[in-house]
Design a protein around this ligand. Structure first.
Ligand code: FMN
Length: 366
C-alpha cells in the first residue's frame, strides 16, 4: 500500500500534505450549547491529525446566529468560538498536520427547538419544508441573501484568525447552500431561482466573497450532486452542478470536494449515478468521499485517475480510527465504528475513546 500514490505528497492551496487520505466534515454534536468548541474536541481532532501531513476538515461550522439550528454543532461567529477553535488548530499544527474549517448554514434544516431557544427564524430559499411536518422556512429576502453571503465571508475571516489553513463551504448534504442550488427546495422567481444560472448564484456569490476575503488558495466547495439526503434529489443535477463547477473553476479556488452517489449523508445507499461529469469539467485538486475502502481509494488515485490531482476522504472510518492513515498504509485491521455514538450529545463515548493500533503506538513516544 505504501507504494500507492495515496502516500505521495499532495499540494492543495498553499500547503503540502504527506499523503492523500483526508478526514472530511463529520458533525458529532460535542460543542457547547452555545456552539463553542471544547477541549474534548481538541483531543478528538488532535488524535485524527496524529500522522503528520494529514488534512483534517472540521465538521460543519455554523456561520452566524441567523443560520444556526444544529444542536451542539460548533460555530465560528463569536469571539469565544474563535478562541476555542484556535486551541484546536494549534493542536493539529503541533502534530504537523493541517486543518480546514467547513462552513455551513442550516436553512430549512434548522431544528425548531433550537430556533426557539436561540430566537431566530427558520429561513430558506422557498417555503418548502424538507419533509412533511417539518417547519416551513420563511423565504429569504434579497437583503437576507446578501447578508448571508456576508456572514459566510466573515466566518471565513474568523476561521483564518482562528488559525485554520483554509475554508470549505458545505454546499451539499441538504444544507442552506444546496437548498438554493436544487429546484426541489428552490422555487424562487427572482435572481436566485427559476433557472440553472440563478440557482447557482448564491453559491457563486459566497465563493466570490470568500475569495475576496481570504484568497482563492484558501477557498473550497463541497458538493453532493446525487444526494437524496434530507429531502434533496433534483431530477437533472448534471446541468445544475456543471454550472456551479464551471463558475467555481473560474474563481480558481483551491479544490473541489465531491460526494459519491452511493452514500446518503452518513449511510450507504444503492445508486449507480456517477461523478464523471464533474471530473471532466473540473481541472485541479479534487477530494472525493463516499463509501471508500482502502482498496477503492487506491484504485481511484492509481488506476482510474493516475493523471489527476485527487485525494480520498474517509468519513465513518476516521470516526473509529484515530490512526486511520497509519493503518491503511501498513495494511492493519480497522476498528469498527459504533453508529449509536455518532451523535451522542457532548459524550466522550465513541468520540475520543477509539483505540490507536499497538503498531502505531510503538512508533511514538508521547
Ligand atoms: C456522523 C456523520 C456526520 C456527518 N457530518 C457531516 C458534516 O458535518 N459535513 C459534511 O460535509 N458531511 C458530513 N457527513 C458526511 C461525511 O463527510 C462523508 O461524506 C460520509 O460519511 C461518506 O463517507 P464514508 O462512506 O467514508 O463514511 C457526516 C457523516 C457522518 C457519518
Amino acid at each position: 500500500m505504501a507504494e500507492s500514490r495515496l502516500f505521495k505528497p499532495w499540494k492543495i492551496g498553499n500547503i503540502e500534505l504527506k499523503h492523500r487520505i483526508v478526514m472530511p466534515g463529520i458533525s458529532r454534536m460535542r460543542a457547547t450549547d452555545d456552539h463553542v468548541p471544547t477541549e474534548m474536541m481538541m483531543t478528538y481532532y488532535g488524535q485524527r491529525a496524529s500522522v503528520p501531513g494529514t488534512l483534517v476538515i472540521t465538521e460543519g461550522n455554523i456561520v452566524s446566529s441567523a443560520h444556526s439550528g444544529y444542536t451542539n454543532a460548533p460555530g465560528i461567529w463569536s469571539r469565544e468560538q474563535i478562541a476555542a477553535w484556535r486551541m484546536i488548530t494549534d493542536e493539529v499544527h503541533r502534530r504537523g498536520s493541517f486543518i480546514f474549517c467547513q462552513l455551513m448554514g442550516m436553512g430549512r434544516m434548522a431544528n425548531p427547538q433550537e430556533a426557539e431557544r436561540e430566537a431566530f427564524t427558520i429561513v430558506g430559499p422557498s417555503a418548502i419544508p424538507w419533509t412533511e411536518g417539518a417547519p416551513v422556512p420563511k423565504p429569504m429576502t434579497i437583503e437576507e441573501i446578501k447578508q448571508a453571503v456576508q456572514d459566510f465571508a466573515t466566518a471565513a475571516e474568523n476561521a483564518v484568525e482562528a488559525g485554520f489553513d483554509s475554508v470549505e463551504i458545505l454546499a451539499g448534504n441538504g444544507m442552506l447552500v444546496e437548498q438554493f442550488i436544487q429546484d426541489v427546495s428552490n422555487q424562487r422567481d427572482d435572481d436566485y431561482g427559476g433557472s440553472v444560472e440563478n440557482r447557482s448564484r448564491f453559491a457563486n456569490e459566497i465563493l466570490q466573497a470568500l475569495v475576496n476575503a481570504v484568497g482563492a488558495e484558501r477557498v473550497a466547495i463541497r458538493l453532493s450532486p446525487w444526494t437524496k439526503f434530507l429531502g434533496m434529489g433534483m431530477e437533472d443535477p448534471i446541468a445544475q452542478y456543471s454550472n456551479v463547477i464551471i463558475k467555481a473553476q473560474k474563481l480558481k479556488i483551491a479544490y473541489l470536494h465531491l460526494i459519491e452517489s452511493r452514500v446518503k449523508g452518513g449511510d450507504d445507499f444503492i445508486s449507480t449515478d456517477r461523478l464523471d461529469f464533474a471530473y471532466d469539467l473540473w481541472n485541479g485538486q479534487t477530494i472525493v468521499a463516499g463509501g471508500y475502502t482502502a482498496a477503492a481509494a487506491r484504485e481511484i488515485v492509481d488506476v482510474k485517475f493516475p493523471e489527476k490531482e485527487i485525494a480520498v476522504a474517509f468519513g465513518r472510518q476516521f470516526i473509529a480510527n484515530p490512526d486511520l492513515v497509519y493503518r491503511i498504509k501498513e495494511g492493519l485491521e480497522l476498528n469498527s465504528y459504533d453508529r449509536d455514538t455518532f451523535y451522542a450529545l457532548k459524550s466522550p463515548k465513541g468520540y475520543i475513546d477509539y483505540p490507536f493500533s499497538k503498531e502505531y503506538l510503538a512508533t511514538v513516544k508521547e
